[in-house]
Design a protein around this ligand. Structure first.
Ligand SMILES: [Zn+2]
Length: 114
């Protein structure tokens, strides 16, 4: 895997990376404390006052959606940007703990089976 550059982090922050690179950056951020420190620097330099849910999520990073948010995702409830992020987190990143959580919620929510 190629090294994650400062420029890639900047593009990541600004949501300007293609999905494949976005996924690579996100994975690398989850795995590397050094990279997270670098990312924090990039954020400080780049602070453009973006306050959308997606931007905040990308900044705070590496956090998983809560169970409530996953439940909302199942029902298609919530703001479009956070639903989009959760879908990205589940499908592109393939976060195993969120997938397990989602399966669990899906079973719990099955209509007709109480
Ligand atoms: Zn997750």
């Amino acid at each position: 895997m190629s090294a994650i550059t400062r420029q890639m982090l900047r593009d990541y922050l600004n949501d300007a990376l293609p999905d494949a690179e976005l996924a690579a950056v996100e994975k690398a951020l989850r795995e590397s404390a050094d990279l997270r420190a670098l990312y924090r620097e990039v954020i400080e330099q780049e602070d453009r006052g973006e306050h959308t849910v997606g931007a905040i999520w990308r900044r705070e990073r590496v956090s998983c959606p809560t169970r409530d948010q996953l439940g909302g995702f199942l029902l298609g409830a919530g703001d479009p940007e956070s639903l989009e992020y959760i879908e990205f987190h589940l499908k592109t990143i393939g976060c195993p703990s969120c997938q397990a959580n989602l399966d669990d919620l899906r079973k719990a929510n099955k209509p007709g089976k109480k």
